[in-house]
Design a protein around this ligand. Structure first.
Ligand code: SAM
Length: 378
């Protein structure tokens, strides 16, 4: 089957599933050849490793099917591109082509329309940049990529597809002052909190569409609108979506974890509650500097590298006990946050919102002025 037929099938599938409602974005997805932006190799998960998958090994037809599946394709692991990898790699994905349904979800959520200027953070392969350029025109699209090699190949692929947006190499957490002011900033990498430069570079009434994540890798998608006083506010959508963290917001390297007995008590919070999308997000709000790992017995461990604090659970009859060590009582923090959420009836993530000023960023539950609230690390 040809690229055009497969692309049309993808567009129809996205529209049927309700992901593509705006005809102008539909036309853009119909026009942009995703295979061009994937290059000649991607990674697929292989147990705990990532195995390169090459176009010439798959054959053209299978490769096009891969390109037009509604899947994220990882293109770089710890800075090594799929085409350069000689075999499976262990490590973290550092770039990918986001699944098309999420690309259009972000664009539709951002609510940008003709004549509006956009700053995209995380050019990656350039696929989403091409969709923006098709819809808005090159002049209104600016895109920043941290990794110079990725930025170079994305620019080349954009040019060969006939798009010439402003592609910039740099840290998108600083925005891109030369193109300001923007009607919308759209981040295709996650942030722990909103960089102040994004507020400063927005047009009055502009918006920021991003995922808020953190070191537990919990995530929430949000669109924030900027008011005339320079305060951005919005509610989380509740979509279960994740992006890789912006590189300067990534977790610090974690040394080998040794369980210290510390002080021990029973806990009423069973660690498997953290499998719930919203509970995981709430736990991260409660202990934003902690990383979370799960153990094969269903338990949980929290580690804060900077302070050396840790907490870990152990089965205890029909319940759990928790051991906490170090200056921060990480499990107490998580338990307090989860208890506050449970006292409100354990609502879905869409009940949470966020307020961002130049000085403080808070996530609140229910009522912005009168509900539980947590400060984000800035
Ligand atoms: C999920 S990928 C982008 C997907 C891309 N928009 C697409 O559709 O192909 C995230 C990208 O964000 C980039 N990135 C991470 N931190 C960044 C930062 N601080 N500034 C700009 N780009 C960043 C990564 O290098 C990676 O290429």
């Amino acid at each position: 089957m040809s690229s055009i037929t497969l692309r049309q099938e993808l567009v129809d599938e996205l529209a049927t599933r309700g992901h593509l409602t705006d005809p102008a974005w539909r036309a853009a997805v119909e026009a942009v050849p995703r295979e061009l932006f994937l290059g000649d190799a991607v990674f697929r998960p292989d147990g705990t490793r990532w195995k390169p998958l090459r176009r010439n090994a798959l054959g053209d037809e299978e490769w096009l099917r891969l390109a037009y599946s509604d899947s994220t394709w990882v293109t770089q692991i710890d800075g090594i591109g799929a085409a350069e990898a000689s075999g499976p790699l262990s490590g973290r994905p550092t770039s990918s082509s986001t699944l098309p349904s999420l690309v259009v979800r972000m664009l539709e959520l951002a609510g940008v329309g003709a004549g509006e200027k956009v700053l995209e953070i995380g050019t990656g392969t350039g696929y989403s940049t091409a969709i923006l350029s098709h819809r808005l025109g090159d002049r209104l699209v600016h895109s920043v990529e941290y990794d110079p090699e990725l930025a170079g190949s994305a620019a080349q692929r954009l040019h060969s597809a006939g798009y010439f947006p402003d592609c910039v190499v740099g840290d998108g957490l600083r925005g891109h002052q030369n193109g300001a002011d923007y009607h919308a900033i759209i981040a295709t990498c996650a942030v722990r909190s909103i960089p102040p430069s994004w507020l400063w570079q927005l047009h009055d009434g502009g918006s920021i569409t991003t995922t808020i994540s953190g070191w537990m890798l919990a995530s929430g998608l949000i669109r924030l609108a900027l008011d005339e006083e320079g305060v951005a506010r919005g509610r989380f959508t509740g979509d279960p979506v994740t992006y890789m963290l912006a590189r300067p917001h990534e977790r610090p390297p974690r040394p080998t974890f040794y369980q210290h007995p510390g002080s021990t008590r029973r806990t009423d919070i069973a660690p498997d509650l953290l499998d719930d999308w919203t509970a995981h997000f709430v736990a991260q709000l409660g202990a934003p500097s902690a990383e979370l790992t799960r153990s094969s017995d269903g338990g949980a461990a929290l580690v804060d590298v900077a302070s050396g604090s840790q907490a870990w659970t152990e089965p205890d009859g029909d319940g759990w006990q928790v051991h906490q060590d170090g200056p921060l009582r990480l499990w107490d923090q998580v338990e307090d946050a989860l208890t506050a959420w449970q006292e409100q009836g354990s609502p879905d993530q869409a009940a949470f919102g966020m307020t961002v000023t130049e000085w403080e960023q808070t996530v609140w539950l229910g009522d912005p002025d009168d509900g539980p609230r947590w400060r984000l690390p800035t």
